[in-house]
Design a protein around this ligand. Sequence first.
Ligand code: 13P
Ligand code: SF4
Length: 356
Amino acid sequence: MTADLQIETRAQTAQSLPAYKPLERPELEYTPEVAREMAPYYERVKNVIPPVEWPFFAPYVKAINDLKKERNAVILAHNYMTPEVFHCVGDIVGDSLQLAREAAKTDADVIVQCGVHFMAETAKLLSPEKTVLIPDAGAGCSLAESITGEDIRKLRLQYPGIPVVTYVNTSADVKAETDICCTSSNAVQVVESLGVPEVICLPDEYLALNIARQTNVKIITYKGHCEVHERFTPQELRDYRAAHPGISIIAHPECPPEVLDEADFSGSTSGMINWVKTNRPPKVMMVTECSMSDNVAAEVPDVDFIRPCNLCPHMKKITLPKILDSLLYMKDEVVVDPQIAPRARAAVERMINLPG
Ligand code: 13P
Ligand code: SF4
């Protein structure tokens, strides 16, 4: 176990959750009825999922959407989910900030978080009375694993009086030690909201350096990195630009600053999606996790996506079969230690409550 030692994730069954009735596993056959009923869903993904693969996905899509109603469940799906999850079973899709906001608002009894563990934990912090499930509790994050609450306590001794801004890609244990959270879409706003000349911004070193370029607030950084975005290099981007004249290159701010220097735009995952939908470049390269290009390509077939990308092994643990099991057996339930939950929640709520 890592930093989120104090956060229990229990693989629970319907028997240990008596409030939820056990449900029978549905047949997963691709019958003519299933084909007909699921045809509107295939329309959404036909540009990115070959017809030969659909007979495998369609019965799961039907079963999951049926079960959601029985459980009064809502599926929150991050932009890095694969297209059959993102477009066919996700009720609310978006970047980390959008998903956190929606988790606070939903009136469903059950939230199934299709994303990584820190996202599910954030949902639980904001909806403590709801059952929050993650289809694979092993879906972690290299950033969340780079720091512990104890590390922050040490930093506070080193930099007394300097506020700590923490990326949401952290465990609840870390959030509990922090002044306010941020995401890649609001980091500059959060830093400036504190009205101080200097802040500690952690754990993502590159996000912190990229924020520092957009504000006069002095930023103290930490050494965490995203294993997906740290692998892109400026030379790689220059090579693609040379090979594809006229291409637009857009990048996520978890990339190193020298990579962003080669990009035409940088923003959160939703910021990048909106940029493509608004600008409709003839050719684009999204410097981020692979599923982003697939998900946008499904909606904008007129844009040509050049796809060097890196897979996030954690996000890719969330699959249709696991989502189905999650709803059937009410697992894996995410539980936050009550000793730390109120302080962690306060840090997330301070962010959510900022205007905008
Ligand atoms: P966003 O907040 O931009 O969705 O990013 C989350 C993430 O994990 C990116 O790697
Ligand atoms: Fe974490 Fe990077 Fe994966 Fe996002 S893409 S979940 S930051 S490892």
